[in-house]
Design a protein around this ligand. Structure first.
Ligand code: HEM
Ligand SMILES: [Cu+2]
Length: 541
């Protein structure tokens, strides 16, 4: 093992709060993000719990309608912009990409630190908004309601999202330059781990898409404050133009969330079935295909926004096309599992969860891409169920799976395996109980964003709220044992899962400079036939 002498590593190389807040080490910055993102996830979770509490009964008897609107709006904003979008790339990507390419750090370490500060400042603006009364437009900020009618404070939130957008852009830029310029000798493009390919595609979308949402939000603020007419018909603007701008970013943003997740899943499935990912180059190329096709389908969010039938048809067809590269990945992961030597460790349980839930989310996405069905279920709970299956069933499952998988590398400690498996199971059960009934209740006609509903929908809503409580417990257990394991967990070896990839060739936790000597790569990724399976006891933790 080309590690560092045990005892000296990036965590204990310096002490004190200053050494963290001024660090330029990508691994420490990843941990700063882990802290911020975890706090935001908990906050978004609190809002979700309140929303579900209100929906326990048909009458609107826990909160005022206005309060309810603010709660689901903040839930959506916090979860999308401050958890899902930065989550995997800023935490796992930041930690792993330099190591996976055999580099000492990202190409621009100071820019990386700046990204975290921008993210945090953006979050503070958004949180400040909650203190001064909240926003009630939904996370989509549709005009002209948001620009002319609502009395809530759009501008601070808009500013918060605008600022945090720069954090994403700088991170994407940093990844692209690092992947191009800093690969170890012998690490050709087609030897890169699929995690790196996924982040490369992610970065392309971030750089092309994020400026669009940033400008849109500035236009919205300008219209609100100075009454310049962009979107408000009363001022000579076009409200549907806002939706075009918004979804031109926000559809690709779904892939900003899911591509890094797919990268995580490729690593986990290869490791725990001890095989090279089937059709490696197709899986790599499908990331790029998703990145490019993802920009052509935004109109499927606007089937009922006065779009011509012809435009609707084109967007419908293109939406079917973009499903192909995602399906390629799912088929290839499944083929990787086939005749693999599978072990059901916690990360693998999360990966299985991802496969099932993402597939349901994807198939219902195809239903929604069908014009006629979308007209029927538009703005119902069917939509809510669909995007939670993709975003929570996909991205959050992969995030948790990845966090467990690389936890020994990050902290030098094992997580407790039994608790890990238990909570993965609870998350899976709680998730399905929460969101599956929403497909049904939505199909039956319950609209989203209402705080009261007809009594015949109550049974399904009670199931959903019960599921949310179970899901909440499933999320809390890892929070507790992860913190516990940082102190009491079993010490991890350099490569406890017997995985391939350069990150496993350095000590756990790694030294500040990652590798004692710069690595040289001589083989393809995922050469699992050459690596012995570790003893089961090693990861029993
Ligand atoms: C315990 C887990 C969760 C529950 C019970 C929950 C519940 C809900 C409900 C009921 C709504 C719909 C509000 C409405 O339209 O009336 C909603 C919207 C939303 N949720 Fe969740 N959610 C959970 C977790 C998450 C997570 C983890 C994310 C992202 C990581 C997320 C992202 C969103 C988004 C983006 C919206 C759209 C908000 C809007 O329509 O304005 N949710 N959630
Ligand atoms: Cu879309």
């Amino acid at each position: 093992m080309s590690g560092t002498p045990a005892g000296r590593h990036y965590l204990n190389s310096a002490y004190g709060i200053r050494s963290w807040l001024l660090t330029v080490d990508h691994k420490r910055i990843a941990l700063l993000y882990l802290t911020s993102v975890t706090l935001m996830f908990m906050l978004g979770g609190v809002f979700a719990a309140l929303v579900r509490l209100e929906l326990l009964t048909p009458a609107g008897d826990f909160f005022h309608a206005d309060t309810y609107n603010k709660m689901f709006t903040m839930h959506g904003i916090v979860m999308v912009f401050f958890f899902l979008i930065p989550g995997i790339p800023a935490v796992l990507g930041n930690f792993l990409i330099p190591m996976m390419v055999g580099a000492r750090d990202l190409a621009f370490p100071r820019l990386n630190l700046l990204s975290w500060y921008l993210f945090t400042i953006g979050a503070v603006f958004t949180l400040f908004n909650i203190v001064i009364g909240g926003v009630d437009t939904g996370w989509t900020f549709y005009t002209p309601y948001s620009s002319a009618y609502t009395t809530t404070n759009i501008v601070p939130v808009a500013l918060g999202i605008f600022i945090s957008g720069f954090s994403s852009i700088l991170t994407g830029l940093n990844f692209i330059v690092t992947i191009h310029k800093m690969r170890a000798p012998g690490l050709t493009w087609f030897r890169l781990p699929l995690f790196v390919w996924a982040h490369y595609a992610y970065s392309i979308i971030v750089i092309l898409g994020t400026p669009v949402i940033a400008i849109t939000i500035v236009l919205l603020a300008l219209e609100r404050v100075f009454h310049l007419g962009f979107f408000d018909p009363a001022l000579g603007g076009d409200p549907v133009l806002f939706q075009h701008f918004f979804w031109f970013y926000s559809h690709p943003a779904v892939y900003i969330m899911i591509l890094p997740a797919m990268g995580v899943i490729s690593e986990i499935i290869a490791c725990f079935s001890r095989k090279r990912v089937f059709g490696y180059s197709f899986v790599a190329a499908s990331s790029l295909a998703i990145a490019l096709l993802g920009f052509l389908v935004w109109g499927h969010h606007m089937f009922v926004s006065s779009q011509s039938v012809f435009a609707g048809l084109i967007f419908s067809i293109l939406s079917f096309l973009v499903a192909i590269p995602s399906a390629v990945k799912v088929f290839n992961w499944t083929s990787t599992l086939y005749r693999g030597s599978i072990s059901f460790q916690t990360p693998m349980l999360y990966a299985f969860g991802f496969l099932g839930l993402f597939t349901i989310g994807g198939l219902t996405g195809l239903m929604l891409a069908t014009l006629g069905i979308d007209v029927h279920v538009h703005d119902t709970y069917f939509i809510v169920a669909h995007f939670h299956y993709i975003m929570v069933g996909g991205t959050v499952m992969a995030y948790l799976g990845g966090l467990h998988y690389w936890w020994p590398k990050i902290t030098g400690r094992m997580y407790p395996e039994w608790w890990g498996r238990l909570s993965a199971l609870i998350v899976f059960i709680g998730f399905n109980l929460t969101f599956f009934p929403q497909f049904i209740v939505g199909y039956l006609g319950m609209p989203r964003r209402y705080y009261a509903y007809p009594p015949e929908f109550q049974v399904l809503n009670v199931m959903s709220t019960a599921g949310a409580s179970i899901l909440g417990v499933g999320y809390l257990i890892p929070l507790v044992y992860m913190i516990w394991s940082m102190r009491y967990g079993k010490a991890a070896t350099a490569n406890p899962f017997g995985a391939t990839g350069l990150e496993w060739q350095t000590s756990s936790p790694p030294a500040t400079e990652n590798f004692a000597e710069p690595p040289i790569v001589t083989e393809e990724a995922y050469a699992y036939d050459r690596i012995p399976v570790p003893e089961r006891g090693v990861y029993a933790g």
